[in-house]
Each structure stands twice: as structure tokens, then as C-alpha cells.
Design a protein around this ligand. Structure first.
Ligand SMILES: Cc1cc2nc3c(=O)[nH]c(=O)nc-3n(C[C@H](O)[C@H](O)[C@H](O)COP(=O)(O)OP(=O)(O)OC[C@H]3O[C@@H](n4cnc5c(N)ncnc54)[C@H](O)[C@@H]3O)c2cc1C
Length: 402
């Protein structure tokens, strides 16, 4: 394992830094900093997507023959780290990081030509229809069914917790194409156009008042047969590939470390209520340092996975370890912010968005205004993409062999 950066990697870092200095506008940086949700809103994300698209740097986790950049895993890491340091908005994860690699790996040549360019240029915005009211951790028990009718499937069922379905033009779905096979052979991976009478979206408002997730009702929704990805019954295999990317394809440590550095800096200017600064509050600084150390350890683990991937090894089940630790740390970082800003950090501002001309003036500071909604929204981290309990079971079985 070699975790050091080569001179080419250092040169790449400088190139990325220079590009961000020149091309990432201030209003996008401000918008990303003032987004309290798990995802940034599409107005911010899509503008940044268009900038990266023009540069040819958007599909950096896709293979080159599908439009990828050809970056090594270490270069991808450097890119994400520099983006985190520069407060770049997050990109549409569901289209670019989850569906894109699935189509590259399992799609037909026709599907690649039809779907991938429209993801990249932002024409299509995808959401993920896996979870159902009775099927979250136990995804195999999903009930949505897709029945062949001539040249199309007729899809019936309900999805839940569907992130950004209210903005999406399309949904990628798991549905049962057989009612007799055992679940792992009955599930298929389908692509469905949202703009049809058979699909209804109902909002779910989160703890902090944000609208990020939805229920999606499929009532005789239709999709052509050529929107099946892979074979009928291959959906479970494809879902496992996708979930591995969801859990481990991302590099979480750069953003965590960048947020922690901001908290450390802010602590020097925040009063502790007893005439000193929070930087002199030993208990607060102990907590901050402990989380920082864990985030540094996570960074090493993430780099180790990337070093394996650079050798052609799959990310594998250790991605569950990254997801587990990153989610827990995310919540701890957001809890530290609430602690840091005291009373100002517990006031819940419900107006959205918190950026732009109509944003409400903070009572104390912008950072304090964001602390409570961030804290509440980050409860979701230990649930989506597989709960902490589920990740621990995967680690116990497949990493530790228990
Ligand atoms: C903000 C947010 C966004 C999401 N976005 C999407 C999306 O875009 N698309 C999508 O398809 N889904 C999405 N999800 C759904 C997410 O994947 C599920 O919530 C998750 O898989 C858990 O399923 P569940 O909510 O049904 O909980 P359950 O599976 O019912 O779990 C309830 C509790 O029981 C525990 N538990 C369950 N099974 C076990 C077990 N075997 N051993 C030990 N403990 C267990 C869990 O850890 C949890 O604490 C999102 C969820 C959230 C919160």
C-alpha cells in the first residue's frame, strides 16, 4: 500500500486548485455553505454540474469509454478534497455516482448512448426508487411489481424516502418481474419516466422543515421493455453493485476534515460565556480533537481503499466500514457546531433557502443559523444507504468472518 502522493498527483492538485479558484463562483460557494440539507438544491448543484461538464470533469467515477476522465482513484480523491476545501456544491449523487456507473457496467450499447449523455448535460435528473414502506433494510421483501404487457412493463407499487423525486425527470427502480422466483431472482432494475399519469409524488418534510424526500406511487405506470437494465431477475446483483458505490464510492473524510477545520477556527472567536473563547474550553476542544483524529483515521482508510482500487481490486465490503464511520462522524461534527454556538445554535430557522436574496438575516451568525437544521438533518446519515446496524452486520460477516 502506497499512500504518498506522486509528483504527478501534486501537479494535479495544483491544476484542480487553480481551476476552482478561477471557475467556482462565490454565489455557489455561499449557496453550498448555506445548504443545511443532506443534498444541495438542484439550482446550486446543476449550475456547478454545467461548469464541470464544460470542463470535461463531471464523470470522474465513470470508465473512460463512457465519458469518464480516466483519473486514478487517488486523483479522484484529490479532486473531492479540493472541492470540499473550496466549498463546492455537491453533485447529483443519484444520477452521476449511482446510476451512471450501473449503466456503464450493465447497460446495452443503446442504453449507454441514450442515457449517459443526458445525465451529463443535465437534461435528465434521476431519483432512486429502492425503498418501500415494508422494505428498507430488508430490501429483498419489496412488493412493487412490473408485468410485461406487449412492448412495455406495467408497474404498480409504492416507493418511499425517494430523495429529490420532486425534482426528478426519471426514476430507477427495483421491481419484481416474477411472483414465483425467490426474491433475489425475481427483482429487476427498471428505468422509468416520471412524467406520466401513473406516477404521483407526495412530499415528506424532514425534522428541520426541509423537503428532501418523498413517497412515490406507481399506479399502472408504464416503461418500454428496453428500459430494463441487465436481464430480468438481475436487479439484485445490480443493486448490490450500486449500493457498494453508494457506501464507498464517495470520499467522506475531506468534507468532514474541512468542516472540522472551520469549527476549530471559529472556536477562537466564540465566547464560552465565562469571559474566554471556546478555544480555551478544554472539554469542547477535547471533543473536537477526538472527532478530528477519527476523521483523519477515516481518511487513511479511504485512501487505503483507493490504493486497492488503483490496483484493480473492487472497493468491497470495507465500504461498509467507511459508511458506518463517516455517518457517525458527520453527526458528531454537526453536534459540535450546536455546542459551539450555544443558544444561537439551537434556534431552528425554517425559512428556505438560507442563501440568496430572500434568505432571512441570521439572529447571530450564518454559521449559528445553520447549526440546528444541519444537526437535525444529519440524523438521516446513519439510516440512508443502509443503517449503522446493517453495516455492522455486513462488517461482522464479510470482513471479520464472524
Ligand atoms: C434522508 C433519507 C434519504 C433516503 N433516500 C432514499 C432514496 O433516494 N431512495 C431509496 O430507495 N431509499 C432512500 N432512503 C431509504 C433508506 O435506504 C432506508 O431508510 C434504509 O434502508 C432503512 O430502511 P427503513 O427506513 O425501512 O428502516 P428499517 O429497515 O425498518 O429499520 C428500522 C430499524 O431497525 C434496524 N434493523 C433493521 N433490520 C435489522 C437487522 N437485520 N439487524 C439489526 N437491526 C436492524 C435498523 O437499523 C433501524 O434502526 C432514504 C432514507 C433517508 C432517511
Amino acid at each position: 500500500m502506497d499512500l504518498s502522493f506522486s509528483s504527478e498527483d501534486e501537479a494535479f492538485r495544483q491544476e484542480v486548485r487553480h481551476f476552482l479558484d478561477e471557475n467556482l463562483p462565490d454565489h455557489l460557494r455561499r449557496g453550498a455553505r448555506a445548504s443545511p440539507g443532506v443534498f444541495v438544491e438542484p439550482d446550486i448543484g446543476s449550475e456547478w454540474q454545467a461548469i464541470l461538464y464544460r470542463k470535461g470533469w463531471l464523470a470522474y467515477n465513470w470508465p473512460v469509454d463512457c465519458g469518464g476522465t480516466g483519473w486514478s482513484p487517488i486523483q479522484r480523491y484529490i479532486f473531492e478534497k479540493e472541492c470540499a476545501l473550496a466549498d463546492a456544491p455537491s453533485l447529483p449523487v443519484l444520477s452521476l455516482k449511482l446510476l451512471g456507473p450501473v449503466i456503464c457496467r450493465f447497460g446495452t450499447p443503446e442504453q449507454k448512448t441514450r442515457i449517459l449523455p443526458r445525465i451529463l448535460d443535465g437534461t435528465d435528473f434521476w431519483c432512486q426508487g429502492f425503498s418501500e414502506p415494508g422494505a428498507g433494510s430488508d430490501l429483498a421483501s419489496l412488493k412493487t411489481r412490473a408485468d410485461r404487457e406487449g412492448d412495455h412493463y406495467l408497474v404498480n407499487g409504492q416507493k418511499i424516502w425517494t430523495t429529490q423525486a420532486h425534482h426528478a425527470s426519471h426514476i430507477f427502480c427495483l421491481a419484481k418481474t416474477s411472483q414465483t422466483e425467490k426474491p433475489q431472482k425475481a427483482i429487476s432494475f427498471l428505468l422509468i419516466d416520471m412524467a406520466q399519469p401513473g406516477i404521483k409524488v407526495r412530499p415528506i418534510i424532514g425534522l428541520a422543515g426541509d423537503h428532501e424526500v418523498n413517497e412515490v406511487f406507481l399506479d399502472n405506470a408504464t416503461t418500454p421493455l428496453d428500459n430494463l437494465v441487465g436481464e430480468e431477475g438481475q436487479g439484485w446483483t445490480i443493486a448490490k453493485f450500486l449500493l457498494e458505490n453508494e457506501r464507498g464510492g464517495a470520499c467522506h473524510a475531506p468534507k468532514l476534515l474541512s468542516d472540522l477545520a472551520k469549527l476549530r477556527k471559529a472556536a477562537a472567536n466564540e465566547p464560552d460565556g465565562q469571559g474566554r473563547s471556546m478555544a480555551e474550553d478544554r472539554l469542547f476542544m477535547f471533543r473536537l480533537s477526538r472527532v478530528e483524529l477519527a476523521a483523519q483515521a477515516l481518511e487513511t482508510t479511504e485512501l487505503r481503499v483507493l490504493a486497492d482500487m488503483a490496483k484493480g481490486l473492487p472497493p468491497g465490503p470495507q465500504t461498509s466500514l467507511s459508511k458506518l464511520v463517516a455517518s457517525t462522524l458527520r453527526q458528531q461534527v454537526d453536534a459540535l457546531a450546536v455546542r459551539l454556538y450555544g443558544y444561537a445554535g439551537i434556534a431552528l430557522e425554517e425559512h428556505r433557502p438560507l442563501y440568496g436574496e430572500d434568505a432571512p438575516q441570521p439572529l447571530y451568525s450564518k454559521e449559528a443559523q445553520l447549526a440546528a437544521p444541519r444537526y437535525l438533518n444529519s440524523r438521516a446519515w446513519t439510516i440512508f444507504g443502509g443503517t449503522n446496524e446493517v453495516q455492522r452486520t455486513i462488517i461482522a460477516k464479510t470482513v471479520l468472518g464472524l
